[in-house]
Write a protein of this length. Structure first.
Length: 209
């Protein structure tokens, strides 16, 4: 029995990523990348068990960071999370895989992806008050097994209220921390790689304003 219970996840061929503009680390060109990924016939749903072992495909993962008064929501990944390789790591990202339930059209489009973003946020956390969100960059890290099969799209959620609670035991010890706190060796070294890279994108997007 698959440990993913037959879950189907949204993927693109690595070749499509390379054609759109391959990068290692971070890129601010996420909107261009999303447009390329969501062109008709590029993205597809694939069995997650196979996708996790096949680096010729990239699973598209929205990775939302949540900010209130310049401080970023931080949490610890609990043992009940779906990705065992990330347990006990510190994280900034809320999000996950895009599934067939997110697709309401005959073809996979950007609307499919955005429906998945909304669903993942609602499933994982509860937010009191309004918020805005926009894409600030993308993450690719081919230096480890997790990163080799995933491509992250980083969304910045700017919150009206800091009243945020977890809906899942996999998200523990939620608190807002300043970028300076997160960059301290005590916290930074425990952050998962994507969180470190997302923090860099946040710093760059903030300085560009």
């Amino acid at each position: 029995m698959s440990r993913y219970h037959g879950e189907q996840v949204l993927v693109i061929p690595r070749s499509a990523f390379e054609e759109a503009g391959y990068f290692q680390g971070t890129s601010p060109e996420a909107s261009h990348l999303l447009d390329a990924c969501m062109k008709p016939g590029v993205a597809r749903f694939m069995d997650r068990e196979a996708a996790e072992q096949d680096s010729s495909f990239k699973q598209i993962i929205p990775y939302g960071i949540f900010v209130r008064d310049g401080k970023i929501l931080h949490y610890t990944r609990g043992g009940s999370g779906g990705e065992a390789r990330l347990h006990d790591k510190g994280s900034l990202g809320i999000g996950g895989h895009i599934n067939p339930i997110d697709n309401q059209e005959d073809t996979i489009t950007l609307a499919t992806y955005m429906a998945g973003v909304d669903r993942e946020v609602r499933e994982e956390i509860s937010i009191k008050g309004s918020y805005t969100q926009h894409v600030i960059g993308a993450i690719n890290d081919d230096t480890n097994d997790v990163g080799a099969v995933h491509l992250g799209i980083v969304h910045l959620f700017e919150l009206e209220s800091g009243d945020v609670t977890s809906n899942e035991s996999a998200l523990a010890n939620l608190s807002f921390k300043s970028p300076e706190e997160l960059e301290s060796s005590e916290l930074f070294d425990r952050l998962e790689t994507w969180a470190q890279l997302a923090l860099r994108l946040f710093r760059n997007s903030s300085s560009a304003k």
